[in-house]
Design a binder for this molecule. Sequence first.
Ligand SMILES: *Cc1c(COP(=O)(O)O)cnc(C)c1O
Length: 374
Amino acid sequence: MSNFSRDPILLTPGPLTTSLATKMAMLRDWGSWDSGFNAVTGMVRERLLSIAGAEGAHVCVPLQGSGTFAVEAAVNTLVPRDGHLLALINGAYGTRLARLARMMGRRVSTLETAEDVPAAVADIERLLQADSSITHVGLVHCETSTGILNPLEGIADAVARCGRHLIVDAMSSFGALPIDARRVPFDALVAASGKCIEGPPGIGFVLARRSVLEHCAGNSTSLSLDLHDQWQYMERTTQWRFTPPTHVVAALSAALEAFDAEGGQPARLARYTRNCEVLVRGMEELGFRRFLDPRVQAPIIVTFLAPADPRYGFREFYDRVRDKGFILYPGKLTQVETFRVGCIGAIGPDEIRHAVNAVRDTLAEMGIEGAAPG
Ligand SMILES: *Cc1c(COP(=O)(O)O)cnc(C)c1O
């Protein structure tokens, strides 16, 4: 371990490195009945809606827990018990979406493509036309297990043309990639506090179409994951149903202020894009190669192929890079050995350059001359 008492930079898909102001917002104990705290909750809900231009037709329902809790709540509340979900899969989060829907007793079909291939609009449309029992489509916008970008707009249009409902897991894209509810039809879009909004982890939230959510009472098979009940309670009382993660709410509010001050989604996308470019250029100079075709790569997280050199092992590589102050992330692919490096969080190109230098020094320490894959 390093002797310096500085937090490492998190180059992961979340939790992420947060700003000092966001961390400092957590140094206060709030009462859950306190009107000041409930006003913060109200402001956070409004700001999250406005990021997606969703103030008109949607409501924001926050939920305690990690992002998966909110995905599970959205599916469990919006898909009727006799509904039928088509889950689009090209990675671990799509697989998880299908799994949680099945565990809640929903009928699930899947459309699976390879981990480096985005879901194709024409295939989805054909499936929806062939099977009228499918009521909902579940899509992961940026599939974080590789960093691949799925074509949200085209898929949303196709689902709407076919008269079905769309649930989007936009966990790792919300706040960074443009999503406009006025142009892109969706019934629910799910994200979380600890990703591109750069808050701490602990809250998921769903932007749900009001006219749909209104009719979802009694769908949920779970009390704590009942989004309709959570929404109704919050509307009635301004309070959270069950103990709120008060510190996380306060820090999320601070993170949203920084988000606006930076220039909102376009500014965040520009910074992450720059981070991604500096990362890819630096790593390719060391010999690393990307898993994905650049045309389908989102500037969120990059999957690199492991070096072919027999001296390489992820555990040692990871430990040595961590001792230099940077936390990498293991790969999540079954067929090829990879690792991932995130471009998101309260970091800029300088941090990325330092991280690439740490990787270069680590390769030298391990006696790896070129990082080219096999
Ligand atoms: C982070 C993430 C989630 C949620 O994962 P948790 O571990 O529950 O926070 C879901 N989907 C995607 C695409 C993600 O990146």
